[in-house]
Design a binder for this molecule. Sequence first.
Ligand code: AMP
Length: 218
Amino acid sequence: MNIILLGPPGAGKGTQARHLVDGRGMTQLSTGDMLREAKDSGTEMGQVVADVMAKGELVTDEIVIGLIREKLQGEKTAGFIFDGFPRTLAQADALGALLAEQGESLDAVIEMRVDDEALVERITARSTCGNCGEVYNDKTKPIPADGVCSNCGEKAEFKRRADDNAESLKQRLMEYYKKTSPLLGYYYAKGQLERVDGLGDISEVQSAIAGVLDATAS
Ligand code: AMP
């Protein structure tokens, strides 16, 4: 089963994708994570995208489609969770073509709905475990005082993303509404769009997504 988690920055796509990886053996394909890796490893492509990401703008379609193409040619798993991809109509078309080349298809597109105020609050308060990627929030789920991650049990370094600040968030939201939100209509018209409320507890959102996946599989 191949699915897209679609929603603005801070909707909880990464958190839910990790649960699906643990629970269903699916593979998370996050273009944001791939680009951050390229940036940290100092590759030529990483240097090109660093500036664009810091500003909260979108990296070119060509680069992200190339990253996804490489991953899809890898080992087959229980299915892919596209997290943060596609973000433009050109990327959505390319994904359809890449999946078809592999004899695969898209089974569901899940929109995670969260209102804008909640997004700003979530993002400016978020940090992640440098070891396993577990997401913390200064207000609702603070970093444990002993510095040991509650998910992986390791003493970890907790990181804040360079682009999780009010200024670049404004740009990221703008990019979402201008370039990514048309995908909702695109997938609705294809009969593939499902919606879940992304505002609830992590476990409530998890159950809603499980409901969609189970209904799609049956
Ligand atoms: P994310 O971790 O998904 O929030 O992505 C972080 C940043 O990486 C975004 O603000 C963009 O600059 C870039 N990025 C990630 N995925 C894409 C994509 N599919 N298309 C263009 N830029 C992307």
